[in-house]
Design a protein around this ligand. Sequence first.
Ligand SMILES: Nc1ncnc2c1ncn2[C@@H]1O[C@H](COP(=O)(O)OP(=O)(O)OP(=O)(O)O)[C@@H](O)[C@H]1O
Ligand SMILES: [Mg+2]
Length: 324
Amino acid sequence: MANEPNNTLINLRHLKTWFPIRRGVVGRTVGHIRAVDDVSLEIHDGETVGLVGESGCGKTTLGRTLLGLETATAGEVWFEGTDLLTLSERQMRPHRRKLQMIFQDPFSSLNPRMTVLDIVTEGAALHGLIQGSREGEARRLLQEVGLGDDAMHRYPHEFSGGQRQRLGIARALSVQPTFIVCDEAVSALDVSVQAQVINLLMDLRERRGLSYLFISHDLSVVKLISHRIAVMYLGRVVESGPSREVIEEPLHPYTKALVSAIPVPGRDRTDRIVLEGEIPSPANPPSGCAFHPRCPSAMAMCSQMWPTEREIDGRRACCHLYDA
Ligand SMILES: Nc1ncnc2c1ncn2[C@@H]1O[C@H](COP(=O)(O)OP(=O)(O)OP(=O)(O)O)[C@@H](O)[C@H]1O
Ligand SMILES: [Mg+2]
């Protein structure tokens, strides 16, 4: 993809988000759901990093933790030279505007009783970012996301799914962010509408110099938009690297299985790797490499030791196949 970005905007270091499991009337903590378990990941200026993995592997929790919407258990979240996890609520405020999120279902996050005008200017007004009139600001934003002026005085329920997603994008843009977490932002849309919204996101990235963490369980969508891809399994990133390499020559057996499930137009896939069983519980992860019970390449040591992350040709993978 064009203009290879290289300045680090976000740097996650050994990030953990564990949710306590409470039992009994006094709510004693009896264990933890390790939703995010020691994730290190960099996102560069102007870059889109795709985050993929099966349902429940911790993608949303990772996105929410880096925006400060979940409390991290441990680790660091560096943004513009500051570790956000060390900041108080008040110190966090000026950073919060720059870090936004777009959701799968904008309908549930758009207030049904507010007009589009209010929805897309509320945040900017609060932060004192509006130069002229609110109408003028709304008109510019709506135009930027491909909606007409007539949208301004209507309510969210009057729009189609694709248009609502555009409204969600306009609202996120209204506070002039530098980084946006797109959490399954196109997953509920028809394929043709999906392509339009992905194109819009790519245009906006270019025009505004944005960076994205693009979360999806669907690798075929992620590969359309991402410079780099990180693959998550049970709270951990098991492989990351430039999109083309990850898709064309996956290193980790889990990535290989995900890639083999991408549909190829016009023909049935005969090379599909079907994984046995379900993703295990993050409250009680398997010993050693958490993927070993489902891994077609598992060896004896895989059930005993978590593999060290290896750097291989500019990519990173956590798998005993690559032990030196
Ligand atoms: N607030 C919470 N309290 C307790 N457990 C939670 C909470 N949020 C998420 N979890 C658990 O953490 C794990 C990771 O969930 P998360 O929603 O991050 O996964 P995901 O990869 O986004 O899944 P999906 O693809 O279905 O959206 C799951 O086991 C989930 O049940
Ligand atoms: Mg999710």
